[in-house]
Design a binder for this molecule. Sequence first.
Ligand SMILES: *[C@@H]1O[C@H](CO)[C@@H](O)[C@H](O)[C@H]1NC(C)=O
Ligand SMILES: [Cu+2]
Length: 141
Amino acid sequence: MLFKSIIAFALAFAPVALAANIDVQVGPNNAFSFAPTTITADVGDTITFTFLSRNHSATTTTFESPCTVPEGGVGPGGFDTGFFDATTEVQTAVATITDTEPHWVTCRQAAGAHCRLGMVMAINPPPDMTEEQFLANALAS
Ligand SMILES: *[C@@H]1O[C@H](CO)[C@@H](O)[C@H](O)[C@H]1NC(C)=O
Ligand SMILES: [Cu+2]
């Protein structure tokens, strides 16, 4: 009986206990980039974006068209932090992951100009859709 309730307790609290936060830097060293450029995230995990320079966003788009904001403003199941100007102070925004699908993050500043400079990152990229290819798609767009 005691054993049974320990199991029930563990199951009830497992999802909360396992949720992680992943820190991503936006514009480190004044660069048009995210760091890291690839992360793996589970349902319920949070990503804390820390905006370190200029005026950027973290916005999901699509693998095929990295630098075009999709209809509806974000890629499937994705998010948009909005713009954060870090020229006077460092700011943060938190996004929560709601599925284990791949998500393709870019900065949507200046109609995709930052993205075309390579300001992209991948969440849960599958083997046949790499961050390297996503970056290449952005640079070629
Ligand atoms: C940041 O960029 C956005 C989009 O270009 C712009 O609307 C906003 O005014 C900018 N913020 C600041 C403080 O300049
Ligand atoms: Cu930007």
